[in-house]
Write a protein that binds this ligand. Structure first.
Ligand code: VGL
Ligand code: ZN
Length: 239
């Protein structure tokens, strides 16, 4: 069913007398109503996080067709890109003797060290070529300060430096965001949590996201998101 047909039928559910007619239709209707105050945030669907990329996320490529479908329901779409300098502080290669996935202390707290990934301007940092969201209105890049990482699309890892996304969404009168992409337990979760902290209603679309899952990070991320009022949705809630 296309979006306009779904919308034209949704009023039926408010009328009990018509419930008998509405019931069979509701089996096809998505539960979420999407409007102009909603934005889809598509996080880091970049070659680096795909199988074969520099920081591959298992099944990372599987989110692409699903996100394309979900995005058709949204007028407002923001795409993010992890966008590091060469020699970025989040790279293990920048810290002699350290290996990827080790944890170190930096000025703003703990930093997981990663393989070199998503270097500005490289093909590895490009969006996946299958991403098909022509109406997307903003591409926001993050992690571009050499000495500071940024999982979140709102605030860098120092928890002080804004990316500007919060201001953009507020000026666009967006009140609710739906977050999906890569990786569930890092950039998706941090974006969702900072979105909550900035006063937005937030949902994460679980099956349109995939995780790195490092030392229990996926469970930790969901526990924290649930505690902070991030809703956990599936694509079927939107399609
Ligand atoms: C990400 C680790 C390092 C992500 C980015 O997009 O989740 N994870 N940089
Ligand atoms: Zn990164």
């Amino acid at each position: 069913m296309n979006a306009s047909r779904r919308r034209s039928l949704s009023f039926l559910s408010g009328f009990p007398a018509l419930a008998v007619f509405a019931a069979p239709l509701s089996a096809f209707a998505a539960s979420e109503t999407i409007g102009d105050a909603d934005a889809l945030i598509v996080v880091d669907v970049q070659n680096c996080f795909m199988p074969g990329g520099t920081l591959p996320v298992k099944e990372g490529d599987q989110v692409v067709p699903l996100i394309n479908k979900i995005a058709r329901r949204f007028h407002n779409v923001v795409i993010t890109q992890d966008w590091h300098t060469p020699g970025h502080t989040s790279f293990a290669s920048s810290h002699p003797g350290k290996k990827p996935f080790e944890l170190i202390d930096v000025s703003y707290g703990k930093q997981v060290l990663w393989p070199d990934h998503c270097i500005q301007g490289t093909q590895d940092a490009a969006l996946h070529s299958g991403l098909d969201i022509p109406q997307a209105q903003l591409i926001i890049r993050k992690g571009f300060h050499k000495d500071t990482d940024s999982y979140s699309a709102f605030l860098e890892a120092d928890k002080k430096t804004p990316t500007g996304l919060g201001g953009y969404l507020k000026q666009r009168a967006i009140r609710r965001i739906y977050v999906c992409g890569l990786a569930t337990d890092f950039c998706v979760a941090w974006t969702a949590l900072d979105g909550r902290a900035a006063g937005f209603q937030v949902a994460v679309i679980e099956d349109a996201s995939r995780a790195i899952d490092l030392n229990g990070s996926l469970k930790g991320a969901w526990d924290e998101m649930t505690k902070k009022g991030v809703r956990r949705l599936q694509s079927s809630d939107l399609l």
